[in-house]
Write a protein that binds this ligand. Sequence first.
Ligand SMILES: C=C1C[C@]23C[C@@]1(O)CC[C@H]2[C@@]12CC[C@H](O)[C@@](C)(C(=O)O1)[C@H]2[C@@H]3C(=O)O
Ligand SMILES: O=C(O)CCC(=O)C(=O)O
Ligand SMILES: [Fe+2]
Length: 342
Amino acid sequence: MVVLAKGELEQIALPAVQRAAPPLAAVPEVDLAMAAANAGARAVARACEEHGFFKVTGHGVPAPLLARVEAAAAAFFALPQQEKEKAAAAPGGGSPFGYASKRIGGNGDLGWVEYLLLGVSAAAPLPAAPAGASPCSFRDLLDEYVAAVRRMTCAVLELMAEGLGLEDTGALARLVLAGDSDSMLRVNHYPPRPEPGRLTGFGEHTDPQIISVLRSNATAGLEISLRDGTWVAVPADADSFFVNVGDALQVLTNGRFRSVRHRVMVSSARPRVSVIFFGGPPPRERLAPLPGLLDREGGRRRYRDFTWREYKTSAYRTKLADNRLGRFEFDTTPAAAAAASS
Ligand SMILES: C=C1C[C@]23C[C@@]1(O)CC[C@H]2[C@@]12CC[C@H](O)[C@@](C)(C(=O)O1)[C@H]2[C@@H]3C(=O)O
Ligand SMILES: O=C(O)CCC(=O)C(=O)O
Ligand SMILES: [Fe+2]
C-alpha cells in the first residue's frame, strides 16, 4: 500500500486553477488514411510547429483492439490494491516500471492517478498471432496494442519527416523501430474526483521522448498549453489518437517543432483511462538536428550535443513542471552572440 504523509494529498488540489479551461476551438486533425491525397505532411508539420499537438483519425488501429485494451485496463484498475501492487514486481516490471499510485516519478510529484508504466522496446517483435486467437494476459494484449500503435506512429513520423522536407523520410521512424529503442507504454487511470472541484490528475509537463501517441476513453481531462501560455481543454475523442511532440523531436528539428506542455485535470465524476505510447530513440543515439535541417537555419544549432541516455538521465532528475531542455540550449541572446564574435 502506498502511504502518503499527512498533507500530501492536498498538493493534488490546485486551488489557483479552479476555473475550467476553455475548449481548444479547432483541434488540428490529420486523417492518416487520406494523408497522401490531402497534403497530410504539410498539415502535420504545421500542427507540430504551432501546437506540438494534433489529432489522428483514419489511423487503422482496429476498434475492437481499442475496446479490449480499454476493458482490460478498467478490469486491472478495479482489482484489489494488493493485486495491483503485485504487478510492480511482475517480470518486465519493477521500478521505475510497473504499477504506482499518486506518486509520479521519483522527485515528489503527486497526481490523482494510478498507472502502469512498461518498457516496450521493439527488440522482440511478437510472433504473428494465429487467426482468431485471443491474447491470454493483459501484458500480451498490451504488446499487441503496442505493435499496432508503433506501426501507426511510424506512419506519422514519416509524414513529419516529409513535412520537414527531409530527403530521408524514414529518419525519424527508424529511431523508434530500432531494436533497442527506449520506448514506453503508460496506462493511466484517473479515479473520479472525491468531491466537486478540479484536481490535478497529472501535473503540467512536456514529454521527454520523440513522440507520444495517446488514446483515452470518452472522459475528458487532457489540457494543452498554447504558445501564449493559455491552457485549453482537449475534447475527449475515444475513436482517435492524439500526438504530442516530445523534447527529443524538438532537438532533432533544431527547435522547429516544439514539445507541447500538457496536463490532466480531473473534474469528472467518471473515471478517465488513457494509454500512451512514448516513442524514444536508442540510449546511444546522439540527438542533433536531422541532416538537411540546419542548412535552412544558417547552420546555427540551438542545442549542444548529447545522447538520449544523457538527456533521459538528466530529465528523470527533474520535477514534472521543470523546463528540461534549458540546460542543453546554447545561449542565443544577442549579448552571447556579440561575446562569441568578439
Ligand atoms: C517527474 C517525472 C516523471 C517522469 C520523470 C520525471 O522526472 C520527469 C519526466 C516525467 C515523464 C513525463 C512523460 C512520461 O509520462 C514519463 C514516463 C517520462 O518519460 O517522463 C514521465 C516520467 C515518469 O513518470 O517516471
Ligand atoms: O493521461 C493522459 O491523458 C496524459 C498523461 C501524460 O501526459 C503522461 O502520461 O505523460
Ligand atoms: Fe505527458
